[in-house]
Design a protein around this ligand. Structure first.
Ligand code: FAD
Length: 345
């Protein structure tokens, strides 16, 4: 027996992909989204100068998972783009990040940790390098060649031709999907449905009964300058001790507009999520794993008719391709269980 009424909480990549998969399988899906727009943190818009800006920071699509690329390509064409990042040194020079042979030669291999990792960790995580989980810092390798690309190995690197918001509009345009914006989940709503896929923060769902799961957030400061272009590459990281981590100039991304007299930049200032209107971006991986343990205790409280998904439902940092791949897997598993007749209450 196939359940026909599904509730999805959150219209980010996770919720939207699940909704589309289940609608394609014949189910009726209601999506609740508390923000005024779909797209989650990948949401973008074109500003008054004709420049496309990603409201929640630069989103670069990169993957070697060609199944994900094929799946998304039903809803978008792509513009090839390989991201480059420079770090601004205290003497005004720009060097390539992640650290390559040239950067190491300029800065000195023995100084790499103190110049790049230590101040960045303090700003980004609000912790000393020794306090964060080693997996976070090991994600940024030191290269021995002169490669300048930020994602040197991923087979597919591109930006949706008409932006992420257009991709979402097409993905959610389905007769069996209903999207409600400005609609935060309220306790008990799930009882009207056969199953709920929930990408809201799991601790919020359970009323914080076991305590808060910590997150880092970012305040985004947008500035438009009367200049054709300001930076040598799309993103420049700061190595100083000030509060800002990096700046992105949108014009460098293909299809993001190129007005002759103006350029828009976004500067990022990390902070605790409670200092930024509860905007949760990065789950905090502490060295002792206490946050992960707390997450597991919340996850164990979920009922059979509720599947927690996505960045805040799983309390895991997911790149977009990983969010899409997890979502396809969660939806497929659910459809298979329904076909086997085991999910109706
Ligand atoms: C600053 C930043 C930069 C990033 N850059 C990249 C990048 O370059 N490349 C890359 O691959 N990935 C990047 N990511 C990761 C990317 O944003 C995630 O992969 C993606 O957002 C995950 O989608 P999601 O649906 O799981 O979560 P989200 O996008 O967060 O979507 C969850 C949705 O649920 C909604 N919601 C939450 N609570 C409720 C509630 N109670 N009721 C109703 N709705 C609710 C939220 O409003 C949100 O829209 C970046 C993330 C950040 C924060």
């Amino acid at each position: 027996m196939t359940p026909h009424r599904i509730l999805v909480v959150g219209a980010g990549f996770t919720g939207a992909v699940i909704a589309r998969e289940l609608a394609d399988a014949g189910m009726r899906v209601d999506i609740l989204e508390q923000r005024e727009h779909a797209g989650g943190n990948a949401f973008d818009f074109v500003n008054e100068h004709g420049i496309r800006v990603h409201r929640y920071g630069p989103h670069l699509f990169h993957t070697s998972n060609m199944q994900v690329v094929e799946w998304l390509s039903r809803f978008t064409e792509w513009l090839p783009y390989r991201h480059r990042v420079k770090a601004l040194l205290s003497d005004g020079r720009f060097v390539t990040l992640p650290v390559n042979a040239e950067t190491a030669a300029i800065v000195g291999l023995e100084n790499v940790i103190d110049v790049f990792f230590r101040p960045y960790t303090r700003k980004m995580w609000g912790m000393e390098l020794e306090q964060v989980d080693p997996s976070i810092t090991s994600r940024v390798p030191i290269r021995e060649d002169l490669n300048e690309f930020y994602f040197p190995d991923d087979k597919f690197q591109a930006i949706p031709k008409y932006g992420y918001s257009a991709l979402f509009n097409r993905m959610l345009d389905h007769e069996r999907i209903r999207v409600q914006l400005n609609a935060p989940f309220q306790p008990g709503m799930e009882r009207e449905y056969d199953h709920c896929f929930n990408s809201m923060p799991i601790d919020e769902f359970f009323g914080y009964t076991l305590g808060d799961l910590p997150y880092r957030s970012i305040r985004f400061h947008n500035v438009t300058l009367p200049l054709p272009q300001a930076l040598p590459v799309a993103t420049v990281n700061f190595t100083h001790d000030g509060p800002y981590t990096r700046v992105t100039e949108w014009k460098h991304l293909p299809g993001h507009g190129y007005p002759p007299w103006h350029t828009t930049l976004t500067i990022e200032e990390p902070c605790d999520y409670r200092a930024n209107n509860n905007e949760r971006y990065y789950p905090v991986k502490d060295r002792g794993g206490l946050n992960r343990d707390l997450y597991r205790r919340y996850a164990a409280m979920a009922s059979e008719t509720m599947t927690f998904v996505g960045r805040c439902g799983l309390y895991a940092y997911l790149d977009m391709h990983q969010a899409v791949s997890h979502a396809i897997a969660a939806a497929s598993k659910f459809v298979a269980r329904c076909d086997a007749g085991s999910t109706m209450r």
